[in-house]
Design a protein around this ligand. Structure first.
Ligand code: IPM
Ligand code: MG
Length: 357
């Protein structure tokens, strides 16, 4: 097959982890006789510096004309003091919205050899395997108005949490579809004891559930879910939740695997190409030093092969290579324990390339 991939390196370690991942994709292409053609485009702080815009139209067009998008990370202290609509993060939110990527899949899979990298006890995190589905184009991060205003004669700010029923329906349905092919349990996380948007969320989840009698639906309040994720993560199969809750819970869940540097993600919609990115950020503190852990981006590329290109064996070969590298004890700084040898991004990448078959 011949596939066009738009590459958005973004900021900080984004360029390094993306470069490492392209090497892996190229090896997969040669092993399985595919052709991947890459087009690079700017996003985030890099795009602000070059085009005075975190999401130039050209970037959106390039993404639209491709089969899949691979993104590194955006953001950094250099751009932290810019006004809200000029920040690098606006570029990321903007591309998700422009491509209508409403479903963000964040699988949390523990690797056996890594259980002692987690700050939690081994028996709690052993064989953790859950999927967080985060709604990605609605809720507080997009609601209008979002502004400063004067209230009672003093400075105030307002953000808006709004969901249309159709937006809830399609994401909850996505949750059921995934639960159906996994362990058939869906946990819908909300704050229905306080928020009206959550009450609509819960009602809608109950309605959609009628189409999926084989899947068990449970509702959990977000504060309880945050606690349960740490207390007993193995109770979860698929978790579906709104944008901000999903943002927060997925960072929390990453620690079940030992490091935020391990978590991949897929953002998918109904028509446009999917966007694949690690859950971690741009890590400006180590950017350019060749220390970054490229595994989450590689695993994100595996998700692209699986969800956008239907290349299941190819995707599995990347996941297997990553597992074997970890089993053989290879570690970047973020996942190494005291006294363990620390590999650079390039060294880690070579290990994965060697393991790929
Ligand atoms: C994430 C990130 C982004 C988000 C930021 C960088 C805008 O935290 O992908 O989880 O909040 O969605
Ligand atoms: Mg986040």
């Amino acid at each position: 097959m011949n596939k066009k991939i738009t590459v958005l390196p973004g900021d900080g370690i984004g360029a390094e982890v993306v470069e490492a991942t392209i090497k892996v994709l190229d090896k997969v292409a040669s092993l399985y006789d595919h052709q991947f053609e890459y087009k690079f485009a700017d996003i985030g702080g890099t795009a602000i510096d070059k085009h005075d815009n975190p999401l130039p139209q050209e970037t959106v067009d390039t993404c639209r004309s491709s089969d899949g998008v691979l993104l590194g990370a955006v953001g950094g202290p250099k751009w932290d003091n810019l006004p809200g609509n000029k920040r690098p993060e606006k570029g990321l939110l903007g591309i998700r919205k422009a491509l209508n990527l409403f479903a963000n899949l964040r699988p949390v899979t523990g690797h056996e050899s890594m259980t002692d990298s987690s700050t939690l006890r081994k028996e709690v995190v052993d064989n953790v395997d859950l999927m967080i589905i985060r709604e990605l184009t609605g809720g507080l991060y997009f609601g209008e108005p979002q502004e400063r205003r004067e209230v009672d004669g003093e400075e105030a700010a307002v953000d808006t949490l709004q969901y249309k029923k159709s937006e809830i329906e399609r994401i909850v349905r996505q949750g059921f579809e995934l639960a159906k092919v996994r362990r058939k349990k869906l946990t819908s996380v909300d704050k229905a004891n306080v928020l009206e948007s959550s009450r609509l969320w819960r009602e809608t989840a109950i309605e959609v559930a009628k189409d999926y009698p084989e899947v068990e639906l449970e509702h959990m309040l977000v504060d309880n879910a945050a606690m349960q994720l740490i207390r007993d993560p193995k109770q979860f199969d698929v978790v579906v939740t709104e944008n901000m809750f999903g943002d927060i819970l997925s960072d929390e869940a990453s620690m079940l695997t030992g490091s935020l540097g391990m978590l991949p993600s897929a953002s998918i919609g109904s028509e446009a190409p999917g966007l694949y990115e690690p859950v971690h950020g741009s890590a400006p503190d180590i950017a350019g030093e060749g220390k970054a852990n490229p595994l989450a981006t590689m695993a994100s590329a595996a998700m692209m092969l699986k969800y956008s290109f239907g290349m299941h064996n190819e995707a599995a070969s990347i996941d297997t290579a990553i597992s074997s590298v970890l089993t053989n004890g290879h570690r970047t700084g973020d996942i190494a324990k005291d006294g363990e040898k620390i590999l650079s991004t390039n060294e880690m990448t070579d290990k994965v390339l060697e393991a790929l078959k």
